[in-house]
Design a protein around this ligand. Structure first.
Ligand code: GLC
Length: 803
């Protein structure tokens, strides 16, 4: 008979016994374990509960260095109080509980009094009191509403083929969330890669919690003045995106798969023939010989170098599919060398793990082993020599048929050794890291790196797309929310398969997806094997025209977009910004009618909508707004009903916005033309925008070869100022045209004191869609009837415009 259980089922930290102060915080001994609180920055505290001896502070996610923080410490009979210039942490003594407050002693976040930290066998848990009205955002690639209150999520990277728009878990793990309540904003990053569980008040009315199957209860508490500030601290901890090549921001055409080589070329030629901008062609698994990585199918791709060169001459870069499974096949070099160099994941008895994926039975490199990463990185020599510039890390959850990588597999973990339980969620990120580091070194320019699976910090190595989505409206909108959520979680360069991967897209859905996708950081059309064609021209003339309009609009916005990428690289701010970034306390933005809306950069509000709707309710937050396509003004703080026929989306520009654009879309991203446009939108508040340019491909910008210009709008002075250029890069623009939106009574304007001629003209961001009936009348389309503008040389010196 099983003995009666006499010990407690779960164990907490117990009561305070003693403490020691150190340089960055304190170490507290408790009746059951220890609690260490150390300041990482003024606004970030690492909280670490453990029993036994403190483990080494090892993490693949954390790359930021702790700063020297001045803090005060006060000891009373009830608690220990630590304070920096930005936050306070008080540790209650009996039992030991942590409370974070602001400088006015208002609670930001606190342990649930009865629960706090608990161990249930190996499982580590931290229970936080659910605050009244508290909202929860983030966790990276997680489905569901913007505000995740009342939901629970699992982190266990999964090959989630054709997931439902509410499905969980997906491909990535980002154990970081943002909490919002009572004018307070904070973030918590749980630094534990075991399978973890986040509960935001699901099935209970007491707590929000985070737990992991094993490992450390170690988390970073981030106090912030704003959501942007929390993202900045989180990306200080886990790193930021390096600037990707400019071409990777252009349109990328993909399908599973284009072959033979002639078909690939035809796809590329179509872009030019049809006057559609494009920058990349993606080769999915059929370029390989029987799906074996680092090989080419000799029949369908006899001359990869020639093909890549031809594509280059057409203005296209090539992205190659890279799968981690190495086919078990004698004589196949990666198999032979991988076996010899012991790079594969092993069972505890030393046998290499075998699982089935595209090529059949495979071994899998252990990317947590430095030598395996090097081995993998070296194998890119040939791809790079052939001229490939983009690399697509797929199936890296790890995906194997059966989806059950055994728990007992051994991972090297930089020599520390661990099992699947701790290693699995890191696999995708470590593969992406190895590919990125390898190709960067070999190419000596910026590679484009894309991944399906990732972990906190993945932004340092790769863009992430949302995997195998499905061709229907609800999935399209779920993709928008996933991208918004990833943006809140440090991942700025993200996107979804436009048109939907699984299933057949119809005309309207494709058109709508294109309009939305044009305002997404990663812009790629993709579809599965044996589905109908899914290129911008595959759905008839009307859809092609709608696609052309939106592709061109995105290309014209490239100066704005690339500057946003620069901002993301510097501060972690995402490209697609959930409304929660600017309006966290406006309850309307969380309403499910509006929670898909987002800002594309600071000034453009996108209202994504299903393909079968012609009218939609849009919420405009506080401020004044303009319809992008017509300049029609709207007051904020209200919902409006907007037209959304299939040829366009409701898109609004914020008052005081400054939007730099190219005059012409060009054939690809390196086609700049020499005219820059600056669109200024009348508003009441000061605003500025930093326009950033560089050569878009090399690392010379790190040595000062960039062109940076701050553009400032001061409404009370009626002034727009373009500051002197910083940096040594020579901008391609010779002329700048300044457009004044919402200034219907503009009479005169001066540039550096000189009176200017104001031109009034009709202006279009998109072209009218042809009427294909036999009478063939040309419709009016959407336009701005009369827009004032002035024009001057762009130069490098300060330009002062006033009116
Ligand atoms: C996976 C990818 C998909 C790709 C396919 C074939 O399902 O998610 O994008 O096309 O594999 O490589």
């Amino acid at each position: 008979m099983r003995e009666l259980q006499t010990r407690p089922i779960s164990k907490g930290l117990g009561n305070f016994l003693s403490y020691e102060k150190n340089e960055s915080g304190i170490d507290i001994k408790t009746s059951f374990g220890n609690l260490a609180v150390s300041f990482f920055t003024e606004k970030v505290a690492q909280v670490w509960a453990y029993h036994g001896t403190k483990q080494e502070d090892f993490s693949y996610a954390v790359v930021g260095k702790p700063e020297k923080v001045n803090f005060s410490l006060a000891d009373s009979s009830e608690s220990l109080l630590l304070a920096t210039s930005a936050m306070k942490v008080s540790v209650h003594k009996s039992p030991v509980r942590v409370v974070m407050t602001d400088l006015n002693d208002q609670v930001i976040n606190e342990d649930e009094t009865g629960l706090g930290v608990q161990w249930i066998n190996d499982q580590v848990n931290c229970y936080k009191k659910l605050q009244e009205g508290e909202r929860f955002l983030g966790l990276g690639e997680k489905n569901g509403p913007l505000d995740k209150r009342g939901r629970g999520y699992i982190n266990w990277n999964t090959d989630a083929y054709a997931y439902s728009p509410d499905g969980d878990p997906l491909y990535c793990t980002v154990p970081f969330y943002i909490g919002i309540h009572h004018q307070k904003i904070y973030g918590i990053y749980f630094d534990n890669s075991y399978r973890s569980l986040f509960n935001f008040g699901a099935s209970n009315d007491r707590f929000a919690s985070f737990s992991a199957d094993s490992g450390e209860m170690k988390y970073y508490f981030i106090a912030g003045d704003s959501v942007a500030d929390v993202i900045k601290s989180y990306t200080y901890i886990t790193g930021r995106m390096p600037l990707p090549p400019l071409w990777s921001l252009g349109y990328q055409q993909c399908r599973y798969s284009y072959y033979p080589d002639k078909e690939v070329l035809r796809v590329a030629e179509n872009f030019k023939e049809r006057d559609l901008p494009g920058d990349a062609i993606v080769l999915d698994i059929h370029y390989m010989d029987a799906y074996k990585i680092f090989t080419w199918d000799k029949k369908n791709f006899p001359d990869p170098k020639g093909l890549i060169e031809k594509l280059k001459s057409l203005g296209f870069h090539v992205v190659l599919m890279c799968d981690p499974g190495i086919k078990i096949e004698e004589g196949y070099e990666p198999y032979e060398s991988g076996k010899k160099e012991e790079v594969f994941i092993k069972y505890p008895d030393g046998v290499n793990y075998s699982g089935q994926v595209w090529p059949g039975w495979c071994h899998f490199p252990d990317f947590t082993k430095p030598a395996a990463r090097e081995w993998w990185a070296d194998h890119f020599k040939e791809y790079v020599a052939l001229g490939a510039e983009g690399f697509w890390n797929d199936m890296n959850e790890i995906a194997t048929w059966g989806n059950m990588l055994p728990d007992l597999m051994e991972f090297d973990f930089e020599g520390r050794k661990t099992s699947t339980r701790e290693g699995r969620n890191l696999y995708g990120m470590m593969m992406a890291r190895s590919t990125y580091e390898g190709t960067k070194k070999l190419m000596n320019k910026r590679p484009f790196n894309l991944t399906r699976s990732g972990y906190a910090g993945i932004q340092r190595y790769a863009a992430v797309w949302t995997g195998d989505n499905v061709a229907y409206d609800a999935h399209m909108l779920a993709g928008v929310r996933l991208v918004n959520s990833m943006g809140l979680s440090g991942m700025a360069f993200t996107g979804y398969d436009i048109g939907g991967f699984v299933g057949n897209t119809d005309e309207k859905l494709f058109a709508r997806w294109m309009c939305i996708g044009a305002f997404s950081p990663f812009f790629r059309g993709h579809t599965m094997i044996n589905t109908r064609d899914s290129e911008p021209w595959s759905f008839g003339e009307k859809v092609e025209e709608i696609s052309r309009n939106h592709m061109k609009l995105r290309y014209r916005l490239m100066p704005y977009l690339y500057s946003l990428f620069f901002d993301a690289a510097k501060t972690g701010m995402p490209i697609n910004r959930s409304l929660a970034i600017y309006h966290p306390f406006d309850s309307k933005i969380y309403d499910h009618q509006y929670h898909n809306q987002y800002f594309f950069g600071p000034s453009i509000l996108i209202a994504p909508v299903e393909s079968n709707k012609d009218l939609v309710k849009v919420y405009l937050p506080e401020g004044n707004w303009y319809d992008l396509l017509t300049d029609h003004p709207h007051q904020g703080n209200q919902d409006i009903v907007a037209d959304c026929p299939i040829d366009h989306l409701p898109v609004y520009v914020k008052g005081s916005a400054i939007i730099p654009m190219k005059e012409k879309a060009g054939q690809n991203t390196s086609d700049f033309g020499d005219v820059l446009e600056l669109h200024l939108y009348r508003g009441d508040v000061y605003n500025d925008f930093t326009l950033y340019e560089d050569d878009g491909i090399s690392f010379e910008h790190e040595k000062g070869a960039f062109a940076k210009r701050k553009i400032m709008y001061t409404p009370e002075k009626n002034e727009l100022t373009i500051l002197d250029k910083e940096g040594t890069y020579v901008s391609p623009y010779k002329k700048v045209n300044i457009y004044f939106h919402g200034f219907s009574n503009l009479n005169q304007a001066t540039i550096n004191g000189q009176l200017q001629k104001i031109e009034w003209k009709e202006y279009r961001f998109v072209q009218p869609i042809s009427n294909y009936d036999p009478v063939n009348t040309v419709p009016e389309g959407l336009k701005i009837n009369s827009l004032p503008s002035i024009s001057t040389n762009y130069g490098t010196e300060k330009i002062n415009i006033s009116w």
